[in-house]
Design a protein around this ligand. Structure first.
Ligand SMILES: [Zn+2]
Ligand SMILES: [Zn+2]
Length: 230
């Protein structure tokens, strides 16, 4: 409590103190208490400006959102490209396999036709040769059918959810900082008054604000793992 026996805390002031300031625990005379109070109030417009700036930044957060989605869309395009390239590679491999099989079949067909021509020319075919040719024809027919009904061994593409992680929390502290309720005991002006026109001094101390947080998605390279086997 104020004590008339204590001098004002301002060094050059000879007046007796009138009140104890709760915010700094200093005994001050009436004039210096008023000055002290005004200095505190004078910081409010600057803080109000900062809140307005934050408000603008907050209202522009749709821009941040779209920049995040741009990353996500780029990932999707890359992923589609990766799938397309994988598909093309498998098509190529399939065409190659079919080509090799058909080359073999063509040779087999030539061989069968040549044998048949020989049998016709010599007119001395035995039943064993007829049976063998019949078996060759059946086998060849089977081979063609098999090739026409090729079934791929295909596993569905499984996408790991961890390929893209979206940060949930970007600040390390609570957003809501309730200020301590400090009041001067002898209140000559309301501390939270907004119409401050007095004492623009002592405003140099800018409260530091947390730097720009890293809001980026964490995106891993898209991997396709399908058995390389037809
Ligand atoms: Zn104080
Ligand atoms: Zn004083």
């Amino acid at each position: 409590m104020a004590s008339s026996s204590l001098p004002c805390a301002v060094s050059e002031c000879k007046r007796p103190s009138r009140a104890l300031c709760n915010c700094c625990q200093q005994y001050l005379c009436r004039d210096h208490l008023k000055q002290h109070d005004d200095l505190i109030d004078a910081q409010l417009p600057h803080l109000a400006d900062q809140i307005n700036a934050l408000s603008d930044q907050f209202n522009n957060s749709t821009l941040l959102e779209s920049s995040g989605l741009t990353e996500l869309n780029r990932w999707r395009e890359d992923a589609h490209k990766t799938v397309g390239q994988f598909y093309e590679r498998k098509c190529q491999q399939f065409r190659q396999v079919v080509q090799e099989r058909q080359n073999k079949q063509r040779k087999e067909l030539d061989r069968m036709r040549s044998n048949m021509n020989e049998l016709i020319r010599e007119q001395e075919a035995t039943q064993v040769q007829i049976n063998s040719m019949t078996e060759s024809i059946r086998s060849f027919e089977q081979d063609i059918n098999n090739l026409q009904q090729v079934h791929f061994k295909i596993n569905p593409l499984v996408i790991d959810d961890n390929l893209i992680s979206i940060p949930q929390e970007t600040t390390s502290r609570d957003l809501l900082h309730e200020p301590p309720q400090h009041q001067t005991m002898q209140s000559t002006s309301n501390i939270v008054s907004n119409n401050d026109r007095h004492l623009p001094a002592n405003q140099k101390r800018n409260p530091s604000f947390p730097g720009k947080e890293n809001r980026g998605f964490q995106i891993s390279r898209f991997l396709v793992t399908i058995m390389d086997h037809i």
